[in-house]
Design a protein around this ligand. Structure first.
Ligand code: Z5A
Length: 216
């Protein structure tokens, strides 16, 4: 299909990640972001981590359900990430697509680093090996108080291994995101996810639109 968007035609691919504590609501808005971009003639590739390839989905199943320590968690998510980058993300970006990825390496720093207390310097080394300099162009951080997120999770579904962690864990994870955002303010857009769904969605689309990559 010929792109209808002059800004998309021949444009570099864009890598956009969505992040936040469990129940922040990020997954609720990915389809709307994809629809917004597709309406502008942009090829959109939806991805999630850990996962996104047959191998990475197998690692995801182990990660979410088997007991393990923080180093094993980190090694598994970076192994899955390596396969995902090689097989899906890098080829899509090379084609000029918009890759919308539900979680990426900020999750590792927030959950394994801040949440579990695992050494950030080791995570940074793994990040360098696995990503070879690849970073998201934009990270939408859906930020919400852990107590609100816990109520949403309880209403929505059965908890997996990480979702059974207590509020103090999610407060540390939230702090981990805040540190990542402070360290890379040009990449991060904080979305106040305590608002009603429609307002959160509008803010998320504004954050993507305001980058000027695509026709508004
Ligand atoms: N993890 C990690 O530890 N390290 C890593 O490197 C990576 C991941 C990559 C993946 O889980 C797990 O892996 C995750 C981190 C860890 N922890 N856990 N568990 P996942 O991908 O299966 O799930 P998730 O990303 O944590 O959750 P989710 O299902 O995608 O949830 P969400 O995006 O945060 O929320 P939601 O599903 O969009 O919304 C939850 C409910 O709240 C739902 O009923 C909504 O209708 C409702 N909601 C959402 N927004 C609102 C507003 N604004 N008002 C009212 N209600 C709302």
């Amino acid at each position: 299909m010929t792109p209808v968007n002059p800004l998309a035609a021949g444009a570099a691919g864009r890598f956009v990640t969505v992040e936040g504590i469990d129940g922040a609501g990020k997954s609720s808005h990915i389809a709307a972001l994809a629809d917004w971009a597709r309406a502008r003639g942009v090829e959109v590739v939806l991805a999630r981590e850990p996962g996104g390839t047959p191998l990475a989905e197998k690692l995801r199943g182990l990660f979410l359900h088997e007991p393990m320590d923080a180093l094993t968690e980190a090694l598994l998510v970076f192994a899955a990430r390596r396969d995902h980058l090689r097989s899906v993300i890098e080829p899509a970006l090379a084609r000029g697509a918009l890759v919308l990825c539900d979680r990426f390496t900020d999750s590792t720093f927030a959950y394994q680093g801040a949440g579990r207390g695992f050494d950030g310097a080791v995570l940074a080394q793994l990040e360098g090996w696995v990503q070879q300099g690849r970073q998201p162009d934009l990270t939408l951080w859906f930020d919400v108080d852990p107590a609100i997120a816990a109520q949403r999770r309880a209403a929505a579904r059965d908890a997996d291994r990480l979702e059974r962690e207590d509020e103090a864990f999610f407060a540390r994870v939230r702090g981990g995101y805040a540190s990542r955002a402070q360290a890379a303010p040009a990449r991060f857009a904080r979305i106040d996810s305590s608002q009603p769904l429609d307002a959160v969605r509008a803010d998320a689309i504004d954050a993507l639109a305001s980058r000027g990559w695509y026709r508004v």
